[in-house]
Design a protein around this ligand. Structure first.
Ligand code: BGC
Length: 589
């Protein structure tokens, strides 16, 4: 980097460095900082040419060489271009490492948030944040668009599994723990000058994303996701604001607004909540990053959309399409003063503040020395611990669990029993996830085989078509992977095929254990009697050994429901006074 100016002086106070740098920037350079472009929407050379401030990998945004070294090369390539610009302002690369560095093959995939909600263990969640920080930093990435902090108010929402709990206190506590895990400087870490955070967390989606009403979405087939909520301000404050108050007080420096609306006003256009409340009342000092292409939803007219968003308080615009058009409109708007220049300066100041807080000016390339941490034994052990702690034992009769190690014959059924894809859910290599095992790891079946004693014969049939009768049968059923509004589902009953599988396994098992892989409670009331034991395993991620640990009794079941479990769809969304099948906090030992 060129030396000599105050902003390049590692010893100068950050506030001075920012003031100096801002004073040197042209309008085009400032506007470039205010956009974040999907890596698939930008060509080599364009980061440098357009002074782009940030690039992201959205769901499924992996490089052609989807390995840790392939990621590092891609991210460093963008960074090198940014450093070649006139002022050499480093780039900030962002990714949705919502349950580990999920897009990258070989990463450790932790349980999705709903499972961690059942663990009720902030220390565990914090350690997962730290481990995730190491895995992204190893690939040059400093920014994680996580956690989701809201409590889902309707479990038909396809993002329910991205939340911790219906209980706002549990959700806030765990979200803060996760953020601190990502952001806190590790004890043995030597920070860059002025560096105050390790990686950057993004509490999202501000405000009310989990509280929309069924059928109000205007996006595709979505029903709840990106929908609307008619609600008074006092309720907004009590239902949605507390996790943000807590996150801001604990050092949040990036927050993402929601695609959804309050009283018909899109959050991305809502200057009252973004500017007056979040930045003003709560004193949020960081940057507001729009959701992907959310700004374009504000108006068909790009100029109007940009003016509305930036004036509402957006500091950085996340886009995947036509960033050059958007940059032009922004420049026009500032030149015509439809966006006040002071607003641009405020946005850029916030962005630079975050970049300095991350130490990017002095250490822009992440920490490639951490590559060995990716998918390491230590991280996989942590994930396995998290899996064990997230399991909720819903039913256990006839002393079915724990299973003895040497019991003779054990049948395992269900294609999901042998798939890291099914057990990881959405946001795993691809945006929507898949039943295919794209991530290395340990499937539930492999975990069972590893722990069964030498005298136990384990037989596996995905279809459950066995001949004899096993001492114990294990059947794995549940939801197919999905993400966001694609997972908005009116009926949360088990599929016909899953019901048949359970019924079939009943015939072939003296004792039957059902394991449910799902992003939310499902309607199992009629199937509960068919199995002697039921385990809610949520979306445990790559370390299926953690399920086996609890099945064989090496560790106790300690998970407690973070969402009440409805008896029927009539109880969804939940009404006060409804008698759940299993209440919030339920979980057998
Ligand atoms: C999601 C965000 C995510 C972004 C970038 C959007 O579709 O709503 O939560 O951070 O994509 O992948």
């Amino acid at each position: 980097m060129k030396q000599g100016h105050t902003y390049q002086d590692s010893q100068a106070p950050i506030i001075e460095r920012i003031r100096d740098l801002l004073g040197r920037m042209t309008l085009v350079e400032k506007i470039g900082q205010m956009v974040q472009i999907s890596k698939d929407g930008i060509q080599p050379g364009e980061v440098k040419q357009y002074f782009i401030g940030s690039v992201l990998s959205a769901g499924g945004g992996f490089p052609a060489d989807n390995t840790p070294t392939g990621w590092l090369a891609m991210v460093n390539g963008f960074q090198a271009e940014a450093l070649e610009t006139r002022l050499g302002i480093p780039l900030l690369y962002g990714v949705d490492a919502v349950h580990g560095h999920g897009n990258m093959v070989g990463a450790t995939i932790f349980p999705h948030q709903i499972g961690l909600g059942a663990s009720r263990n902030p220390d565990l969640v914090r350690r997962i944040g730290e481990a995730t920080a190491r895995e992204i930093l190893a690939t040059g990435i400093h920014w994680n668009f996580a956690p989701v902090v809201v409590s889902a108010q309707d479990i038909r929402w396809g993002r329910t599994y991205e939340t911790y709990s219906e209980d706002i206190c549990i959700a806030s506590e765990l979200a803060t723990a996760y953020m601190l895990g990502l952001q806190s400087l590790p004890q043995d870490f030597e920070p860059a000058p002025g560096q105050t955070i390790y990686t950057l967390a993004t509490p999202k989606h501000f405000l009310g994303d989990g509280g929309t009403e069924w059928g109000t979405s205007t996006t595709g087939d979505y029903q709840l996701d990106q929908g609307d909520r008619t609600i008074g301000e006092a309720d907004v404050r009590s239902l949605f604001l507390p996790p943000y108050q807590q996150a801001v007080s604990q050092g949040a420096l990036s927050i993402m607004p929601s695609y959804s609306s309050l009283n018909g006003i899109k959050m991305h256009a809502n200057s009252y909540w973004l500017t007056d409340v979040l930045k003003g009342e709560l004193g949020f000092p960081g940057l507001i990053i729009s959701d992907l292409n959310a700004v374009q939803q504000l108006s068909d007219d790009c100029y109007e959309a940009v003016v509305t968003a930036v004036n509402a308080g957006m500091d950085m615009l996340m886009i995947s399409l036509d960033f050059k058009g958007l940059l032009n409109q922004m420049r026009r708007a500032v030149e015509k003063e439809d966006i006040p220049p002071a607003r641009v300066d405020d946005a850029v100041r916030r962005i630079l503040h975050v970049k300095f807080a991350l130490g990017l000016f002095d250490r822009p390339f992440g920490d490639p020395g951490l590559q060995e941490a990716i998918g390491s034994d230590a991280h996989r052990q942590l994930a396995r611990e998290a899996v064990r702690e997230s399991l909720v034992l819903l039913k256990n009769e006839a002393e079915t669990l724990p299973i003895s190690r040497d019991l003779g014959l054990l049948y395992v059924a269900g294609a999901k029993a042998d798939s890291t894809g099914s057990q990881s859910g959405g946001w795993t290599v691809t945006w929507q996830g898949t039943n295919a095992s794209l991530q290395p790891g340990t499937t539930i079946l492999e975990g069972i085989r590893a722990l069964a004693g030498p005298d136990t014969t384990v037989e596996y049939q995905p279809s459950g078509e066995f001949k004899g009768i096993a001492d114990v049968g294990i059947v794995v059923v549940g939801e197919n992977p999905y993400a966001e509004g694609v997972g908005d589902r009116e009926d949360l009953g088990l599929s016909h095929a899953d019901i048949q599988l359970i019924e079939g396994m009943r015939e072939h098992s003296k004792r039957l254990v059902a394991i449910l892989l799902s992003g939310r409670p499902m309607i199992i009331t009629d199937q509960v009697p068919l199995a002697d034991a039921w385990v809610a395993a949520w979306l445990p991620g790559t370390e299926g050994g953690g399920v086996a640990d609890a099945l064989f009794g090496d560790y106790p079941f300690t998970g407690r429901l973070a969402y009440a479990w409805p008896r029927s769809m009539d109880q969804v969304p939940r009404n006060d006074g409804d008698e759940a099948l299993y209440p919030l906090g339920y979980g057998l030992p």
